[in-house]
Design a protein around this ligand. Structure first.
Ligand code: ADP
Ligand code: ASP
Ligand code: MG
Length: 409
């Protein structure tokens, strides 16, 4: 007997027939003698619709309206599917009940709209599982310290599932989605993408944080921290999925395991900034205080005693970032320019640690396609480049081929 947390994403619970299909999958796991808890997302499209309602009711301030009310609205999608799945399970003869985040409770911090899970009291869910009941938990939601409903950021049901798996000490957390595993790159962009049997926590963390939204980044952080065995698989087929696990479990490690991309990027350049100590601190301090994430940074010194300073942030935060910089810019500078039509493409692999020349393969593959690189950033296990958005797909395909990742035709 194993204890398993299953998570079903939006497409998997997209309509009544699909919820009934999910119920059959849950029953199959129970019939194998396992203890099961289930986490569900909202039906696909529902969260977008709910976000849209919020934006429409306060168009002049959107998205800066009361985030506690945003959470109250957007958390409802998961309440619907958890109740429906509990009924579908009862229809199959199982004992099941739905749990909203606040009922468990899943305690979060107070960052409404993008809250972090602080703790989960797994006792009730464990009791429920031990007595043969199926707990159906609404993903994406929790309870803030202000006693108000909170949500975990888009894609947050993955994090609910992994956190719950850690809290109830599950043997496995199965994430069912609309693809049958983690691929070398987004299979919707590159048809030659290959499914990986296994991927390390570290690589999956990089892949997710660099744009592969198959798992929410925080869910991978959580899995890595608590050593939760996560499996990504499809709710529509019976193919084996991808196991996210420790490096030691992977016998043959590829040099590069995957290519990720993000279009949620924007570039800000401060031109002709006086070159003197404290400039960077004066720019990035206020950005940090305003809770704006800065990603890549480059600075070019020029011969006339000024420098050009370029950084990237997410597209949705660009306007705010520029405002903060303008308000706090204390040193002389010539101008500020911005570019929203950029994308970040990254190659990821733990094999990079022990091999030279990985970045060069990337630069050459991009050069061969005539793609200009705006910014480069590297870490131990990834190389990222910022390029013009129009070349995103071309770059992903070229890199996928250059690192020998294409599936045999
Ligand atoms: P769910 O609603 O089940 O949470 P998501 O849409 O959040 O599903 O995540 C699944 C999607 O992630 C896939 O449809 C796929 O387009 C995308 N994706 C991006 N990169 C990858 C990758 N490397 N491997 C698999 N899927 C990926
Ligand atoms: N329903 C939420 C979203 O669309 C959470 C999730 O699906 O993971 O972002
Ligand atoms: Mg998702």
């Amino acid at each position: 007997m194993a204890r398993i947390v299953q998570k079903f994403g939006g497409t998997s619970v997209g309509d009544i027939a699909r919820i009934q299909n999910v119920a059959r999958r849950v029953k199959a796991e129970v019939d194998r003698g396992n203890q099961v808890a289930v986490v569900v997302s909202a039906m696909s499209g529902v969260t977008n619709q709910l976000v849209d309602y919020c934006n429409k009711i306060a168009p002049d301030v959107a998205p800066d309206y009361d985030q506690r009310e945003y959470d109250a609205v957007v958390a409802t999608g998961e309440c619907v599917t958890s109740g429906l799945l509990a009924i579908a399970l009862q229809q199959l003869g199982l004992q099941a009940r739905s749990w909203a985040g606040w009922q468990i409770p899943i305690a979060t911090d107070g960052a409404h709209g993008k809250a972090r899970i602080a703790s989960i009291d797994g006792a009730e869910i464990v009791r429920s599982m031990e007595s043969g009941h199926v707990a159906v938990v609404a993903g994406f939601q929790g309870l803030g310290p202000d006693n108000r409903i909170s949500t975990l950021g888009r894609g947050g049901s993955d994090t609910t599932a992994v956190a719950l798996a850690a809290a109830v000490k599950a043997d496995r957390c199965d994430i069912y989605t609309d693809v049958d595993g983690v691929y070398t790159t987004d299979p919707r962009i590159v048809s030659a993408a290959r499914k990986l049997d296994k991927i390390t926590y570290e690589e999956m963390l990089e892949m997710a944080s660099l744009g592969a939204k198959v798992l929410q980044t925080r869910s991978v952080e959580m899995a890595m921290k608590h050593r939760v065995r996560v499996q990504v698989l499809s709710s529509f087929t019976d193919q084996p999925g991808t196991l996210v696990c420790d490096e030691e479990e992977i016998v043959e490690q590829e040099l590069v395991s995957g290519v990720a991309y993000s279009r949620d990027e924007a570039k800000v350049t401060l031109v002709g900034v006086q070159d003197q100590p404290g400039v960077a601190a004066g720019i990035f301090g206020p950005l940090a205080d305003a809770n704006i994430n800065v990603d890549m940074i480059v600075q070019n010194a020029s011969s006339d005693g000024t420098t050009d300073l370029t950084f990237t942030t997410s597209r949705s935060e660009l306007e705010r970032a520029v405002k903060v910089v303008k308000e706090n810019m204390k040193v002389p500078h010539r101008s500020i320019s911005t570019d929203k039509a950029v994308a970040k493409v990254s190659v990821i692999g733990v094999g990079m640690r022990s091999h030279a020349g990985v970045a060069q393969t990337m630069f050459k593959a991009l050069a061969d396609k005539g793609i200009n690189i705006h910014i480069i950033s590297t870490s131990e296990i990834k190389v990222s480049v910022l390029i013009s958005e129009e070349y995103t797909e071309l770059a992903i395909r070229a890199l996928h081929t250059a690192y020998g990742l294409d599936a045999a035709a």
